[in-house]
Design a binder for this molecule. Structure first.
Ligand code: G
Ligand code: MN
Length: 384
């Protein structure tokens, strides 16, 4: 017997064969073939792409309306109901009747979107981060040297300069505070120190007019202050210039002063390099150790100078620092002098040298050369 099995939702109804027209019109959304318990899907989408050999090319294909497709299938399998009609949900049915499914799907999409966005952002941040870029930035071509004059407080004339390095990041200057942690983490301090010292000596050696002995103070990371590495490097740079008026001064911060570098500094001093202890007063270095090095200069940290007008406890330590410098046979440079009163007062205290914005900020080479020319002009003018 040929009959029709109609399904709607969870209900199945066996129909009279000749009532299929009515079924199509009223109920059919899609068609399945086979037994009710073991149905074989015979199309791939509700709009019907015929795939199954059970289906003949003559199979009727019924459209009920634009949104719903009804497919009618006949089969020749023995014992199988020739027509099975099942209601299927099309996308818009799902949208109309089960909005929560769509809300859920939208939320899942949103969540996935956020996850992807956060992963992409993290990746971008990594590529923009100094930790990533330092390996490209830390190359001689990207090193920019600025020069800040070190002044003789009595004459108001420069006796040398401190080299302060920046990195050129696609035309933007990056300051040490930003790149030093990455430089250390990436183990590139020697590459950096070597690049800065080479660049500074080359630039100054080529452009600085001879004006008597001129100190070039270079900041080195403590781990790089190893005589056998640094000495051949500096000697090669200086020899290439053929200038004996440039006197290299190596700055090591008091904070980094340790027993291991004492013999290295002693040897570098014996080689003819000047040694200065930077940011003096901010560390807890052992006076005996400082004495063994007998640095040429002790640079009073700017934090002491900044507070001079306030007569703070900190600034009251300046005479003590001067006394310590005398005790270890060093000359004093005061850093961070920002006004004439500080310069005058420090000079009166017996500080011979000074550095700070009052005289000049760290400058690119051209500006520094112009500053030196202006100082030379001022020196030529007769004083009243
Ligand atoms: O630690 P060291 O002495 O190397 O640090 C030098 C730094 O101090 C440089 O970054 C330089 O720009 C800054 N500096 C130099 N002179 C002055 C100054 O007069 N005032 C202030 N605020 N900073 C200064
Ligand atoms: Mn310094």
């Amino acid at each position: 017997m040929r009959t029709a099995l109609v399904e709607r939702g969870r209900f199945q109804v066996v129909m009279q064969p000749n009532s299929t027209q009515d079924i199509r019109a009223r109920y059919a959304d899609a068609v399945w073939a086979g037994r009710a318990s073991q149905r074989t899907r015979v199309y791939q989408s509700a709009r019907g792409v015929w795939t199954d050999r059970l289906v003949t090319p003559q199979t009727p294909h019924l459209h009920l309306d634009a949104g719903r497709a009804a497919l009618l299938v006949t089969t020749t399998l023995p014992g199988v109901s020739p027509i099975s009609v099942q209601s299927v949900l099309l996308a818009q049915d799902l949208y109309q009747n089960h909005a929560e499914v769509w809300v859920g799907a939208a939320l899942v999409c949103l969540l996935l979107g956020l996850l992807v966005q956060s992963a992409v952002t993290q990746r971008c941040q990594h590529f923009q981060s100094m930790a990533y870029r330092i390996r490209f930035l830390c190359q001689p071509a990207n090193v920019v040297c600025h020069y800040q004059p070190i002044m003789d407080l009595a004459s108001g004339q420069p006796i040398g300069c401190e080299v302060l390095a920046r990195l050129d990041d696609a035309g933007q200057l990056v300051y040490p505070d930003h790149f030093i942690p990455a430089l250390i983490a990436d183990n590139r301090t020697w590459a950096f120190d070597a690049a800065v010292s080479t660049r500074a000596l080359q630039e100054l050696g080529a452009a600085l007019p001879a004006r008597g002995p001129f100190k070039v103070a270079l900041n080195f990371f403590p781990q790089n202050l190893q005589r056998d590495a640094i000495e051949p490097h500096l000697r090669a740079s200086l020899q290439a210039l053929g200038r004996t008026d440039l006197q290299v001064e190596l700055e090591v911060t008091e904070y980094n002063f340790s027993p291991e570098i004492v013999p290295e500094l002693q040897r570098l001093k014996a080689d003819g390099y000047y040694i200065s202890i930077d940011d003096f007063g901010t560390g807890y270095s052992n006076l005996g150790m400082v004495k063994r090095v007998a640095p040429d200069f002790v640079k009073i940290d700017k934090s002491f100078v900044f507070e001079m007008e306030d007569a703070s406890l900190r600034s009251s330590l300046i005479p003590e620092i001067i006394a310590i410098a005398k005790a270890v046979n060093s000359q004093v440079v005061a850093e961070g002098i920002e006004n004439a009163a500080q310069a005058t007062q420090l000079r009166a205290m017996g500080v011979p040298f000074g550095q700070g914005y009052y005289f000049a900020k760290p400058m690119p080479l051209e500006a520094f050369l112009a500053y030196l020319r202006a100082c030379d002009e001022a020196a030529k003018r007769p004083t009243l």
